[in-house]
Design a protein around this ligand. Structure first.
Ligand code: PFF
Length: 478
């Protein structure tokens, strides 16, 4: 693993890199998850905590991850091995990259399933299905949709194939090309929808729901959710930003790119929230409806309001584009690892990995119907278990180790060269990265570990730690 392998691919320019990274960050997390967790956690106060998490933990870790990617110059596994070698650190740091590759594949396995719902709802919106349904029927429609594993499997397959087709073509002709029409399209649609939201008469109420904090509604669990979400929404902790960072040239500014990514990601989440809650309030619906907010609540509104067919179809087109540009980025760390370390052609690597991930995704498809009562981790079904392990364990662990590497293993010169902050800002950044971010992430990580409520999971974590210890001992012995 000590042999150095460098990424042969590269972005055409810095704007394309920023677009692709924003494409990765902006996804179901912004349009599906952010609005419903905000609704469930009472609005304003939760949004404030979430913004603080993005600023104080998300952005520093994001900058670190891109810097690790560029300095490592390869896929996350090889990149970390390169960095460990170069900085005379423990070679087992490659495991951090492996954690990311695995987490990306696991997240993608259910991400394509939920993105599939978006594609199905787009298709049905265009066909005018929601115009013909009463509010009760819309709810029943969602339940019937979820109850049919074949239909979910079909849409899961459609999204998986699209993802593989784009990634198989490579960084420039695949990812870059797809992103450069999807991202402008996404922003345009969001602006049109925002314009519409402003005409509903409930824009002000939606604004105050998102921005007037009522701290009595904030629980400790909500703070943990906000921090976990900051990681998920910025696509950090698993190596996506690392692999995208490995394709940028030394002359690009990581700080500038990072600021744009965080800004655009937050802006889209807030804009989506404004649009969704304006529609929800205008139609007298419930903001705390949970995961069904997007698929159960909104179609009721689209079925009843003027221009509902047009705005509904536009809305689901937005969901689909956001989800697809993130799906692409979730598989890229694994594809580049197969390509660079195992010598497997990109086309083949994309199909093999896509197939494997698709197979794991069937577990999530079944979680909404035939396997809904089958428990894996504690009381969680397959989908909930994979979501829990990745978002609550693997991403925070990845983020924690990335912060540690940049804060403690990198020397001052490498940090200055990669991150490029002014000396004063660098001092704040380091202080944050050395103390605030790791401590905050550790608290989330430890709380989530306890919340796993599963003995075998604890045993698996202990065994993994033991395996790393043995590997280390064997390495030292010679
Ligand atoms: N950031 C994406 C979202 O908000 O939907 C999800 C995601 C993509 C997470 C890529 C992690 C990642 F590496």
């Amino acid at each position: 693993m000590s042999q150095l392998k460098l990424s042969k691919q590269g972005w055409s320019n810095q704007t394309v890199f920023i677009l692709a990274a924003v494409g990765s960050a902006v996804g179901l997390g912004n349009i599906w998850k952010f609005p419903y967790i905000t609704g469930e956690n009472g609005g304003g106060a939760f949004v404030l905590v979430y913004l603080a998490c993005v600023l104080l933990i998300g952005i520093p870790v994001l900058l670190s991850e891109i810097a690790l990617g560029r300095a490592g110059g390869a896929n996350p596994v090889q990149g970390m091995a390169n960095l460990a070698h170069e900085h005379r650190a423990n070679p087992l740091w490659f495991l951090l990259g492996l954690n990311g590759v695995l987490a990306g594949a696991l997240i993608l396995s259910f991400y394509t399933v939920i993105a599939g719902w978006g594609v199905a709802y787009f298709y049905e919106s265009v066909k005018g299905v929601f115009q013909a349904l009463t509010p009760d029927e819309v709810g029943a429609h969602f339940k019937t949709f979820l109850a049919n594993p074949y239909e979910l499997l079909f849409w899961h397959t459609v999204v998986s194939i699209f993802t593989v087709l784009v990634v198989a073509k490579g960084v420039k002709s695949g990812i870059e090309r797809a992103i450069s029409w999807m991202m402008p399209g996404l922003f345009l649609i969001l602006l049109v929808l925002l314009g519409y939201a402003a005409t509903t008469g409930y824009f002000a109420q939606s604004f105050s729901f998102l921005f007037s904090p009522d701290f009595s509604k904030l629980s400790w669990q909500a703070v943990l959710t906000a921090m976990g979400h900051a990681f998920f929404t910025l696509s950090i902790g698993l190596g996506t930003m690392m692999v995208y960072g490995s394709y940028i040239s030394q002359k690009y500014s990581i700080v500038r790119a990072g600021m744009w990514i965080a800004f655009a990601d937050t802006l889209v989440a807030l804009m989506a929230g404004l649009v969704i809650f304006s529609i929800v309030f205008a139609n007298g619906l419930e903001p705390g409806a949970g995961p069904g907010l997007l698929f159960q609540t909104l179609p009721i509104a689209f079925g009843q309001m003027g221009g509902g067919w047009f705005f509904g179809s536009l809305f689901f087109a937005l969901v689909v584009m956001a989800a697809l540009s993130s799906a692409i980025s979730l598989i890229e760390p694994a594809v580049s690892w197969f390509e660079q370390n195992w010598g497997i052609q990109r086309l083949k690597a994309a199909w093999i990995l896509g197939g494997l991930i698709w197979l794991i995704g069937i577990g999530s498809v079944l979680s909404f119907n035939d396997w809904s009562g089958v428990h894996f981790l504690g009381e969680r079904n397959f989908f909930e278990s994979v979501d829990f392990i990745t978002a609550n364990i693997m991403l925070p662990l990845g983020g924690l180790l990335m912060s540690i590497f940049v804060a403690w293993v990198f020397d001052d010169a490498t940090r200055a060269e990669q991150i490029g902050l002014s000396p004063r800002m660098m001092k704040w950044y380091l202080l944050d990265l050395r103390w605030l971010a790791p401590v905050a992430i550790l608290i989330v990580f430890a709380t989530n570990l306890v919340a796993a409520e599963s003995v075998w999971f604890m045993v698996a974590i202990a065994l993994t730690a033991y395996a790393a210890y043995v590997l280390n001992a064997m390495r030292k012995a010679g």
